[in-house]
Design a protein around this ligand. Structure first.
Ligand SMILES: [Zn+2]
Ligand SMILES: [Zn+2]
Length: 340
């Protein structure tokens, strides 16, 4: 089977690897599509230098083989099912896992290819093997939608920790891929209105087409959108926390979803947080219950038009170099790789 390995900045090769073996509680998945996310972009560009590495963690495909211990188990995937797979394995043993916060697992399980190459998912490949418990059925949804299982699970997690309620006024800071998924899910979940804030007029126009009730550049957001119950920051740029806090109404919540520059610190007014009962919540990654919901949402088709609009391009595995180049150098939502 073939797997894409990034060996140096802007250098990717398709390697031939021995066929994968399926353990008793695992499934073999024939990769249909794998999304290219920030991690892949950074590895490809050399912003994160960690070579050789087999990236690709947003994987969906068809179950080709099922381990003996889980075959026929009610609820477990069967041969032929389309599944989205969770390639982040938690230990279940550390303090974070025991508290039900496995997104913060202290001992996440990494993988490696047969030759020792570090795997960050290794989903840019013909096949992956995962625990059956980490393969979530997406029904008859298109493979492009199934491959959005991981990011949709992250957004389910984000709105769960942010405490979104029906009727809330919501603002999303950042109109990139994750901002657009927040827009889609918050609308689906019964937000009264979802506004989107970004510096790009082009992306704001696309957000309006996708159902944003209002859009604004950061400076104009307070006038345009008014006060909000929930503000989700998906673009961790300097100034965005301050904008978000300013937008919050009494009792409102700011969710910090996107990564911020590591050395950035900002001043917030503690008395304003106290007097207005504001919450500032950090969210990171996803957990199995978020996956369960994300897969069901994708299978339901409720988000289909939203997800369709976010597929920028799809490439066969043979063209993985071209796909990585596009994803790393052009403004895209999602570029997908997989299949022949
Ligand atoms: Zn991702
Ligand atoms: Zn753990």
């Amino acid at each position: 089977m073939r797997v894409a390995v990034v060996t140096a900045p802007e250098t990717v090769e398709l390697r031939e690897e021995p066929p994968l073996r399926v353990g008793p509680d695992e499934v073999l998945v024939e990769v249909g599509a794998c999304g290219l996310c920030t991690m892949e972009r950074r590895l490809y560009l050399g912003e994160k230098r960690f070579y050789p590495v087999a990236p690709g963690h947003e994987v969906a495909g068809r179950v080709a083989e099922v381990g003996a211990a889980v075959a026929g188990l009610p609820g477990s995937p069967r041969v032929g099912d389309i599944v989205a797979v969770d390639l982040l394995t938690r230990c279940g043993t550390c303090a974070a896992c025991r508290r039900g916060r496995s997104a913060l697992c202290k001992r996440p399980q990494g993988g490696a290819l047969a030759d020792g190459t570090v795997s960050f998912g290794a989903g840019l490949s013909d096949h992956v093997v995962v625990k059956a418990a980490q393969a979530y059925r997406t029904g008859a949804a298109p493979i492009e939608h199934a491959a959005m299982g991981e990011p949709v699970a992250c957004v389910v997690h984000s709105l769960r920790l942010g405490g979104l309620r029906v009727g809330d006024r919501v603002a999303v800071v950042g109109a990139g891929y994750m901002g657009r998924l927040h827009l889609a899910l918050a609308r689906h979940r019964g937000a009264a209105a979802v506004g989107v804030i970004d510096v790009s007029e082009g992306r704001l126009a696309e957000a309006r087409e996708a159902g944003a009730a209002w859009t604004a550049v950061p400076d104009e957001a307070p006038d345009r959108g008014g006060k909000q119950d929930l503000v989700v920051v998906t673009a961790g740029a300097p100034g965005s926390l301050e904008t978000a806090v300013e937008l919050c109404d009494d009792g409102g919540t700011v969710v910090l979803y996107g990564a911020f520059p590591k050395d950035l610190s900002v001043g917030v007014n503690p008395d304003a947080i106290h007097h207005h009962e504001l919450s500032i919540v950090g969210v990171y990654s996803q957990e199995p219950q978020d996956w369960q919901e994300a897969a069901a949402l994708i299978a339901s088709g409720a988000l289909a038009p939203d997800l369709d609009a976010l597929v920028t391009a799809r490439f066969a595995l043979d063209d993985v170099a071209e796909a990585l180049k596009l994803a790393a150098t052009a403004p895209v939502y999602r570029v997908l790789v997989g299949g022949r």
